[in-house]
Ligand binder design. Structure first.
Ligand SMILES: [Zn+2]
Length: 176
């Protein structure tokens, strides 16, 4: 935690606001998937791995290296057609941001291990100085806190971005 759903909502919001207007659903959905992707380590790596392992939780899949590679691969897979040529570079950056947002939100949490931002070059784990997530002692409390602090704001911001930017709000209409 934060849960994959919260991460995905953050990725969706990033894409809704940063892609070329009008935002497309495809970029938002792929960014959402990218933002949730780093937690694939929970599924593919045995949980008994030591904290210092490259394949443990919050290790290689949460690194900047992985973000770079995964963004490039996802862009090539999902935005291959000629209709994306003009926007492809920007989309790759957006997907990279979505991936990095995952590690950053994890680094804001107090529970579990820190994040190996620089794997595989360094296995040092980091947490931000400010760790507002995970204050509650119970899992239910943690989920409620996360829903209020991360999930609901991200859904709202993402939905607003998608709606407003899709409508192509002109400066005239915005000031009215
Ligand atoms: Zn994670």
């Amino acid at each position: 935690m934060p849960t994959p759903i919260s991460h995905a909502a953050v990725g969706f919001a990033i894409a809704a606001w940063t892609q070329q207007a009008p935002p497309t659903r495809r970029v938002c959905l792929v960014a959402a998937a990218c933002a949730a992707l780093p937690d694939i380590d929970v599924i593919v790596s045995p949980l008994h791995l030591a904290e210092t392992s490259l394949f443990a939780h919050r290790a290689i899949t949460h690194s900047l290296t992985f973000a770079l590679l995964a963004a490039a691969v996802a862009t090539l897979i999902f935005f291959r057609g000629p209709e994306w040529t003009q926007r492809r570079a920007r989309i790759a950056v957006i997907l990279g941001l979505a991936l990095v947002s995952h590690a950053c939100f994890d680094a804001l949490s107090r529970y579990s291990w820190g994040v190996e931002f620089f794997a595989p070059f360094s296995l040092q784990r980091f947490r931000f100085v400010w760790t507002p997530l995970g204050d509650s002692s119970s899992l239910a409390g943690q989920l409620v806190q996360e829903a209020i602090v991360v999930l609901l704001p991200a859904i709202l911001v993402g939905w607003l971005g998608f709606k407003i930017r899709r409508r192509g709000l002109s400066p005239k209409a915005a000031s009215a």
